[in-house]
Design a binder for this molecule. Structure first.
Ligand code: NAD
Ligand code: 0WE
Length: 258
């Protein structure tokens, strides 16, 4: 029996078989979780349905977190299938492309800043709020994905760094709010991984190479490794852990001079 065998978990953020959310879903499936998936927009529907079936998912629902209505409909539909929910995986981030290149002060705009906060941080609170009635009193867990740019100034990450700082604070406030009803909230801070969200990021290849050369384990992290840590955090093995940020980055964040 796997360590998630009594858990029903909603997985957001799968866009391809390289998505971090897909690594988490596979690890959770292996550990016996019952899964459901969401997809952002009709273009991704077929692909997510395909991947979901590989994890014996019970259903797949549309969810664009920029829409209150879609958040509401998603949890209403989920409540038709399941009488409770033990986990939510939030693996969603977005900032307009022009915000993620060049000097921070030169590129930041009010609109870009607001969009990054809305989609990449507020959405975690929105999902926690919508899922609350189904999760209450069940030893549930909420998991999100952060990055080192939340706590260090990483070139070009810019407005996403501020959004990830906000996301990590969100983890702590949500943990304080939902802890009394038995729901834990944590984040994995992953090292850089080549996913769709990394495609087209200037110099991503050289970032991966730099990490490989300097980080303690001398290699980049995989979605399977992030998946295993995420599955652990959502399981009762992590019953004493909430409000925390777990680095799964082959040790990169401990370095001063690499
Ligand atoms: P990905 O492109 O596979 O996943 C990003 C997901 O965000 C996609 O599934 C996309 O559909 C979803 N998304 C964006 N806007 C949305 C919206 N409005 N509504 C619903 N979904 C929306 O890339 P990924 O790297 O797997 O990213 C997942 C998470 O991991 C993100 O939070 C990202 O910041 C974080 N992360 C990524 C890395 C990396 O190097 N790839 C490192 C650390 C953390
Ligand atoms: O969180 C991320 C990236 C999230 C992301 C990616 C995109 C690309 C396409 C958010 N918004 C967009 N908008 C788009 O239009 N990561 C942790 C990966 C990442 O992105 C970087 C990084 C790393 C690492 C950007 C600059 C520097 C480092």
């Amino acid at each position: 029996m796997g360590f998630l065998s009594d858990k029903r978990i909603l997985i957001t953020g799968v866009a391809s078989n390289r998505s971090i959310a897909w690594g988490v879903a596979q690890a959770m499936h292996r550990e016996g979780a019952t899964l459901a998936f969401t997809y952002q927009g009709e273009k991704l529907k077929g692909r997510v349905e395909d991947l979901a079936s590989q994890c014996d998912a019970e259903f797949v629902l549309p969810l664009d977190v920029s829409s209150d209505e879609q958040i509401h409909s998603c949890f209403a539909a989920l409540g038709e299938h399941w009488d409770g929910l033990e986990g939510i995986v939030h693996s969603i981030a977005f900032a307009p492309k022009d915000q993620l290149e060049g000097d921070y002060v030169a590129s930041v705009t009010r609109e870009g800043f607001a969009a990054a906060q809305d989609i990449s941080s507020y959405s975690l609170a929105a999902l926690a709020k919508a899922g609350r009635p189904l999760m209450q009193g069940r030893n549930g867990a909420i998991l999100t994905m952060s990055y080192l740019g939340a706590v260090r100034a990483v070139p070009n990450y810019n407005v996403m760094g501020i959004a990830k700082a906000s996301l990590e604070a969100n983890v702590r406030y949500l943990a304080a709010s939902l802890g009394p009803e038995g729901t834990r909230v944590n984040a994995v801070s992953a090292g850089p991984i080549r996913t769709l969200a990394a495609a087209g990021i200037a110099d991503f290849r050289s970032m991966l190479k730099q990490v490989e050369e300097r980080t303690p384990l001398r290699r980049n992290v995989t979605i399977d490794e992030v998946g295993n840590a995420g599955a652990f955090l959502c399981s009762d093995l992590a019953s004493g852990i909430t409000g925390d940020i777990l680095y799964v980055d082959t040790g990169y964040h401990i370095l001063g001079l690499g």
